[in-house]
Design a protein around this ligand. Structure first.
Ligand code: ADP
Ligand code: MG
Length: 388
């Protein structure tokens, strides 16, 4: 803009002063130049497309926090998914209760539920619901704490300290996992169920939980591949066997299992090194570091915890995975339309400039060309509002 302002002034002044051209003719030419070369269409090329796309996305429940994340999403090469709550509904069901080492089934569930009252994890909900369904009375544990990616622990009114979680949770609490418990866990894991240990000093039982994938997950992964994303991976705190079983079912390329929250972020860093631009989709507190490390962080809105909604660049408000391919396609189309706009705007300016210098374009034609191209760029961008 500054270049054009200076250029037009020079055209008005230099030729008459230096070469004796006619003042009024050069003044007219300078005005024409000012009109045709003003980069209105060029400048509106990107914001018009981005705003249309953001508006379109919002109407379908996809919230982009910035235009930059929309453009970045269109250039994504790899996508990583959290498993629990993202690829699955997060409406986990408790299927089996296996008491060990002399514990009773009733007591086992009561202990687990008492400790899980402090947790918002889908598994906590499954355990509490199961206790409620069986009309098991329990008093919430005091000082219940949760460890992201591991489990929960707390002290019962009778002073017993109960630990609920995966192998790494029990290891952290120095509770040995005996052979029978390990065998029971592996049995469930080979069926694709997550085995959750309950322990007080020693393992008192194993709970099996299923968390089926969302109905939309298979199609979403296929569509994401179709839109040119080369690598789709699963990052999960769950066990290797359970993760692999689900990945195979959903057509996911690579699996990284048994990850703690910062290991999820490290896994994203690895993906960033290989693929340069990565989108990560998650729902839990434990996913926030991974979302922050990726080019575009995407949160499941309905199931998402506050921290992850805060960290994310994009929120799927409807909590629906089928919106993901839609968002990806919209982002790609936005980038295409921005390129069309820029090419068109620059071409029109170049043609008008040449025409003006050759003396073929008078001011009225210049105005029509300039305003016309700006309108066409805006109209071209508005097409994004009708993206299917
Ligand atoms: P994902 O990465 O798939 O979302 P998480 O990181 O939330 O999974 O959890 C990983 C594992 O940690 C679970 O598979 C479960 O074994 C254990 N875990 C986490 N939170 C809890 C909890 N509140 N109760 C029991 N187990 C839990
Ligand atoms: Mg999760």
């Amino acid at each position: 803009t500054i270049g054009i302002l200076v250029g037009a002034s020079l055209v008005a002044v230099i030729p008459p002063l230096a070469f004796g051209f006619d003042w009024s003719a050069m003044f007219y030419k300078a005005l024409t130049l000012l009109v045709v070369a003003s980069p209105c269409a060029l400048i509106i090329s990107t914001p018009a497309a981005v705003l249309s796309a953001i508006g379109r996305a919002a109407r379908r429940g996809v919230l982009f926090k910035s235009g930059a994340s929309l453009i970045d999403l269109g250039n994504i090469r790899a996508m990583a998914f959290d498993k629990t709550g993202t690829l699955t509904q997060g409406r986990a069901q408790l299927t089996d209760v296996v008491p060990l080492n002399g514990a009773g089934e009733h007591d086992l569930l009561a202990m687990a539920a008492a400790v899980e009252t402090g947790s918002t994890h889908p598994f906590a909900e499954a355990i509490i619901n199961a206790a409620r369904e069986r009309s098991i009375d329990y008093e919430p544990a005091v000082d219940a704490v949760t460890h992201a990616g591991r489990g929960a622990a707390g002290v019962l009114p009778d002073r017993r300290r109960v630990v609920v979680g995966n192998r790494s949770m029990l290891k952290r609490e120095n509770i040995a996992i005996d052979e029978l418990a390990e065998e029971t866990m592996q049995g469930f894991e080979s069926q694709g169920k997550t085995a959750v240990l309950v322990g007080v000093d020693r393992v008192l039982g194993v709970l099996a939980i299923t968390d089926p994938p969302r109905a939309a997950a298979v199609d979403a992964v296929a569509a994401i591949h179709h839109h040119g994303v080369k690598s789709v991976s699963m990052l999960t705190g769950d066990h290797e066997r359970v993760a692999h079983a689900m990945a195979e079912q959903l057509g996911i390329d690579t699996v990284k299992a048994e990850l703690l929250p910062d290991q999820k972020a490290d896994a994203v860093d690895d993906l960033m090194r290989t693929h340069k631009s990565v989108a990560t989709v998650g729902d839990g507190i434990n996913d926030a570091p991974a979302l922050a490390s990726s080019t575009v962080g995407i949160a499941m809105g309905g199931a998402g915890t506050d921290v992850v909604l805060e960290t994310a660049d994009v929120v799927l408000m409807a909590d629906d995975l089928s919106r993901l391919p839609f968002a990806l396609q919209l982002a790609k189309r936005t980038n295409r339309i921005i390129k069309q706009n820029l090419t068109f705007a620059l071409t029109v300016i170049a043609l008008l400039l040449i025409g003006t210098f050759l003396g073929k374009i008078r001011l009225p034609v210049g105005v029509v060309g300039h305003e016309g191209s700006t309108l066409l760029v805006v109209l071209n961008s508005l097409r994004l509002l009708w993206q299917k």
